[in-house]
Design a protein around this ligand. Sequence first.
Ligand SMILES: Cc1cc2nc3c(=O)[nH]c(=O)nc-3n(C[C@H](O)[C@H](O)[C@H](O)COP(=O)(O)OP(=O)(O)OC[C@H]3O[C@@H](n4cnc5c(N)ncnc54)[C@H](O)[C@@H]3O)c2cc1C
Length: 450
Amino acid sequence: MRESIWEKQGSRRKETERAPLQGDIKRDALVIGAGMTGILTAYFLQQQGIQTAILEAQTVGSGQTGRTTAKLTSQHGLIYDYLLSKIGRQAAREYAAANQNAIDDYEHIIEKEDIDCSFQRLPSYLYTRSDRSALNREQRAAEMAGISCALEKETELPFPVSAALRFDRQAQFHPLDFLQALSADLEIYEHTPVVRAKGHTLVTKTGSARGEIIIFACHFPFVNRPGYYFARMHQGRSYVLALEQAQQLRGMYYGIDPGWNWSLRSAGKWLLFGGEGHRAGSIPKEDPYICLEKRAREFWSEWSIAARWSAQDCIPAGKIPFIGRFSKSRPAWYVATGFNKWGMTHAMVSARILSQMILEPGYGEKESESIFSPGRFHFRTFFPSMAKDGVISAKNLLASLVGRSPKCPHLGCQLHWNLFEHTWECQCHGSRFQEEGRLISGPAQNGLEL
Ligand SMILES: Cc1cc2nc3c(=O)[nH]c(=O)nc-3n(C[C@H](O)[C@H](O)[C@H](O)COP(=O)(O)OP(=O)(O)OC[C@H]3O[C@@H](n4cnc5c(N)ncnc54)[C@H](O)[C@@H]3O)c2cc1C
């Protein structure tokens, strides 16, 4: 697999690797997954005296957190106009406050723990090259949600825009430097995939762990029933180049025009230039890295590529993550998933909500009214994407009956060969496998028998 610029810098050092779980343990809380969500949640619980252990299938930060572009923003595409028009002002306000507070929370933790992770406050911009009415609506909605923002005509980008919407007091950082520092004093078992969750027990290949509380922070929950998260999410993949000597930016940028929606930020001497997103498992016609390179040649005259990589994230029906109780029938289980490609602040939002639910009696009742509650069902926002996902799953299940491609061990969908990444990928729920069948990421839990 290609390494991200964070991984290349050696943030995941050999000497910090931890031993797998051997035998049986008992703790107050167990967290599945050592990405940003799992580490932050365990950190909050541990700080409050809750004895917490993390079980991680690979190594700390080896999931999507090691491959993010690590912008810390409350600006998430055109989210406020969407929330205002589809759900209402209160939902937009709750979303805005949670994500804006999350940026401040990062800053406080970094100061308190004295973490050197290149944290930097800077503005974030949404830009368009066409009609500015979408940005006008987003500005109005964001202001109604409690965020002050401003429309500008000029940017430092290497192409003209018709407008850019600026949010101040946003931030960026080095995700793995932060994660490694915060995980130093946590109890973590690496190379310990959880193969089964039953009541208060997590079963691994080399032992078992029992906890009063179980937290699924494993990106895409691998338990299908209860919860049915597989029916409410798919995954989206996108690609990033780290360019050396291209341009230094003073802000972070994200485009809203289809076909011209590049994500940009500086990271030290590199410029992170991302895009070419598509549904995971839907194989693009052209090599996405080559497409990004062609664009980079149009925008900047001299540069070299320091790293290229891709990542994927869970796209929830209704665009809002699922954070809270896993299911009514499993009161001891909690979940945080469906971050819609904005999982840095949402990981912090999750850690806050989950730790409050666990620590503060009565907070659980408030959670069920929250926009993030996994128990919510909002027909108007859920139906269009659930219906589309259902059709795609049905097609891939039917194709698996007649086709020769391998089947996904998760729910049996036909897999697609991604010739650009040399991976087998599932269009239904986004599981990925290496050429020889080894599992890269779930929800599938096993590799392929080829
Ligand atoms: C190209 C791209 C750029 C992005 N850039 C940004 C950005 O700039 N800002 C932003 O806010 N968001 C961004 N995101 C989204 C963000 O990176 C993710 O939402 C976030 O990293 C998810 O963190 P996580 O902890 O939930 O998951 P992960 O980091 O994937 O962690 C989950 C962990 O669980 C482990 N695991 C899985 N199954 C098991 C099991 N059975 N047993 C034990 N462990 C298990 C995995 O190995 C993994 O380490 C981006 C996404 C993409 C695709």
